[in-house]
Every structure is written in C-alpha cells, then in structure tokens.
Design a protein around this ligand. Structure first.
Ligand code: UD1
Ligand code: CA
Length: 456
C-alpha cells in the first residue's frame, strides 16, 4: 500500500529562546529534523513532505540534500493547521500518511516500521504513537474508555483534573488514512485554551464517524519531544548512549562512554580505544586499533589503522596508518599525512601533504606544502606561505633534513636528500644532495665585555 510522511517543522519553538528554528538545533551533531528525516528514509518512507514556516529558508537549506518536498505554513496556527498546509501534497493520494514532529529526534527505524505495520494490519483509520510515563508533563493525554478503546487526545492546557492524572501521553506521531485525514482536517476548530488548530482533535472527529482508531505505546526514550534546552540535553544523552552502545557492541573500547561524543555518521573499527573527552564529528572514519587519548576533536576525517592521537584537532584530513598526532597538534582541512609519520606537539598543518615516515615533531607550521617521505623537521620550522596578499606553495622532496628554526619562504623547493642548517631563511631552491646555510656567519669579538667595562 502507498505510504508517505509529513514532518512538522514550521513552529517557532519559543521555549528554546533561540534565533534558530527549534528543529535545526542539533543532537549528536545532527539537526533534529534531519534525524527524523533519516529515520523515515531508513524505514522506507521515501515520499517526505516537510512543513516549513518559521525560519523556512534555513530549514530548507539544512534539509535540501535529503531530497524531500516542502509545504509552507505561513502563520503558525497549530499542528492541525500545519498538516492542512500539506493539502496539495496529500490531495489525490490514497493510502497511509505518517506524521512526525521535527522536534522528536529519538524515534527509531524499528519503531516506525512496527508502527506502520500495526496501523495497516489493524485497519485503523488513525493510529497514535504513545508512551506511558510517570510524569506526563505538558504532553497531550490519551483518553480511553473502560474497555481501553481510544476516544480522544486532550492537550495538557485543556485537561480537567481527571485527565491530568493520565499517564499515557501523545508522542505527536500518527498514521492516518489519507482520505479520512483530509476530510477530518476540514472539520477542525480552534476552540481551545491556545486558540490553535490541533492535529490531536482529529482523533475525536474520526471516532465520531464510528471509524477505528488505535494506539501503540513505546518507551518514552523514543518519544521525548524537545521544547527547551533542558530537553535538548536529555535527547543528547539518550542519543549519545545509543551511539556509544553501538560502537562498544562493534568492539570499540570507550573508557568513559558518558564523556565521549560521537556523531551519528561516524564509523569506528574494532579494537580502537577511546579515552574521555573526545569529540568525533561528521563523516569521520576511524579504522581499527587506533588509540585516542583524551580530548581531541576529529571532524570529517579518515584515520587509518593503528594511529595514535592525543589532545589535537583534526579537520577534513586523512591520517595514514600508524602515524602519531599530538599532543596539541592542529591539522587543518585538506591535509594528508602519510604512514608512520609523526606530527608532534604544537604543530599546525594546513592544506598540506606530508609523506610516509616524515617527522614534524615540535612547534612547527606547515601550510600549502607538499612534503615527501623520510623528512625530519627541526623544532620551530615555519613555512612562510603568505605574503599578505597571496598564498604560495612549498615543495620538499624525500629525505630532507630541515634544521631547527628554519623559515621556508614560499614559493620554494627543497629537493631530495638535502640538509638545511638550523636558523636558515630559505628563499631559493635547495638542489638535490646539498646543504643549505642561509644565515649570517657568526663573529666573535674577543675581549669585548672587558673593553666595554661590562664585566660583573
Ligand atoms: C504536541 C501535541 C501534544 C504531544 C506533543 C508531543 C498538539 C496540539 N499537541 O504538543 O499532544 O504530546 O506534541 O511532543 O499537536 N508546528 C508546526 N506548525 C504549528 C505548530 C507546530 O509546524 O503551527 C510543529 C513544530 O515545529 C513542532 C511540532 O509541530 O515540530 C509540534 O509542535 P509543538 O508546539 O512543539 O507541540 P507540543 O506543544 O509539544
Ligand atoms: Ca513539542
């Protein structure tokens, strides 16, 4: 049977006190609305319509890569009104529409599939996803009769004393028969505490026609709605726990999973050990047997097998097998570090290629350079790649020994098997097999201190 999905993402999210649309706040590094979209897609809900309104352009920009369609809700007159904005999307369709909220990112693929199957098999015209909780907070309450049949949903603000006590809450996620939904939406009114058109009122309207309505409850961990920064932090904890559990199940050691932050798309090989305080973001891939000592941030990078990293920042770069990085190294985008290399303390690498077995051990800046294999950089080397207007390239061959405190003024080339004397400022090519010395010769003025009467 045909099925599609609508995601409500037009609301303002006043309780977030943010300039950003609520659904664009991130959980484990991904926008909440994108968590929902990605879960829908994995559940084979491929025709997805996102309702945008507040910050519409920003929500579109953040979701555009996921090939969804959009409906525009000009004024935010409630969740029912939001669904009504998708009338064009729904018209002429028959089958099931699943409706989800862009502010409830924890729903899982397994639950979505179970939910859809339940709705179809039981031949309900509407099915509500619910959770049983100790504290029903501000959630809508599911009202059932003595036999357990769902009668309606009552919003927290409209509840009487009895209804307030109900522990079964509305997750804000529904499956509807499309034709029944469209027909019922036209009957909605805003005669309630918030003077809004509630999607929740559709349930009672459908019931009044004698049609079947069902509900299925799932753990609150999946239905938590994010309305405040406090709930955002709660969602973050749940997602973090899920992601970290998955990696541990795959054979990754997390010394302290509570304090390890791994994005949803990250892949990690087995026998990698991760100490606390690591933040691993974006499309990062970390292969097997790596050792991540505390406090690094690794973003959109590939880390090959057996790499050791400590307290460093690595962005959009590639680190070769068995290389060591840090402590306190900064590897900036578009860098490629070879195998068995060493990028040591207080070393910054920007948009550069560093060959296999090359050591850049301390206090060095390398920018816009191509460095061969087997090189050694002395402490305090600086690639002078910028003249204030333009950036230039430095090329260093294999087995070059760069003495301490060398400046390499770009554009410049240092050929294979060369030595550069410490303290040199290199402005010309260093030919293969040569030693370059580019500093003033030392002169000793003997007896100078005595002559000046400076002896202490
Ligand atoms: C809603 C439900 C409540 C349920 C809770 C679950 C209604 C009336 N209430 O309440 O029963 O327990 O979710 O989390 O549906 N939105 C729009 N346009 C609007 C208003 C909202 O697109 O005009 C979007 C928001 O961006 C948000 C979602 O709909 O993603 C839910 O809106 P929100 O205001 O958070 O509803 P709740 O008060 O949480
Ligand atoms: Ca909400």
């Amino acid at each position: 049977m045909y099925k599609c999905a609508i995601i409500l993402a037009a609301g303002e999210g006043k309780r977030m006190k943010s300039d950003l649309s609520k659904v664009l706040h991130k959980v484990s590094g991904k926008e909440m609305v994108n968590h929902v979209i990605d879960t829908m897609k994995k559940s084979n809900l491929l025709d997805i319509n996102v309702i945008v309104g507040k910050c519409a352009e920003a929500v579109k920009a953040a979701t555009i890569s996921r090939s969804v369609t959009y409906s525009f809700q000009e004024k935010q007159l409630g969740t029912g009104h939001a669904v009504l904005s998708a009338k064009e999307f729904l018209k002429d369709k028959t089958g099931t529409v699943a409706i989800f909220s862009g502010d409830a990112p924890l729903i899982t693929m397994e639950t979505v599939e179970e939910f859809l199957n339940f709705h179809v098999k039981q031949e309900f015209k509407a099915t509500i996803l619910t959770s049983i909780v100790d504290d029903s907070k501000k959630y809508g309450r599911i009202i059932r009769d003595e036999k357990g049949t769902v009668l309606k949903i009552v919003e927290h603000k409209d509840c009487n004393a009895e209804e307030l006590k109900v522990k079964e809450i509305n997750a804000g996620m529904y499956c509807f028969d499309i034709e029944v939904l469209l027909d019922s939406l036209s009957k909605l009114s805003n005669d309630n505490a918030q003077e809004e058109y509630y999607i929740t009122d559709v349930i009672e309207i459908i019931r009044a026609q004698g049609l079947k309505v069902g509900a299925i409850d799932v753990p609150f961990e999946e239905t938590l709605g994010v309305n405040s920064r406090i709930e955002l932090a709660q969602a973050e904890r749940v997602m973090k726990n899920r992601i970290n559990t998955k990696h541990m199940e795959n054979g990754v050691t997390l010394i302290d999973p509570e304090n390890t932050y791994i994005g949803t798309e990250v892949e990690i090989g087995n026998d990698t050990i991760i100490y606390p305080g690591n933040i691993i973001e974006g499309r990062t891939i970390i292969k097997s047997n790596c050792l991540l000592y505390p406090n690094s941030r690794i973003s959109d990078s590939v880390i090959e097998e057996g790499v050791t990293i400590q307290s460093s920042v690595i962005l959009e770069s590639h680190i070769g097998k068995e290389t060591t990085v840090g402590p306190y190294a900064y590897i900036r985008p578009e860098s490629e570090i070879g195998k068995h290399a060493r990028i040591g303390n207080f070393v910054e690498i920007k948009k550069s290629k560093i060959g296999d077995n090359t050591k850049v051990s301390h206090l060095t800046y390398i920018g816009d350079a191509e460095v061969g294999s087997g090189c050694n950089f002395g402490c305090g080397t600086v690639v002078v790649n910028y003249d204030g207007k333009k950036k230039y390239k430095t090329i260093i061959g294999n087995n070059a020994f760069i003495g301490c405190n060398t400046n390499l003024v770009s554009p410049v080339e240092v050929k294979d098997n060369t030595y550069i004397a410490a303290g040199s400022t290199i402005t010309k090519e260093v030919p293969t097999g040569s030693l370059a010395i580019a500093r003033a010769r030392q002169i000793n003025l003997e007896g100078w201190v005595d002559r000046k009467g400076l002896k202490k």
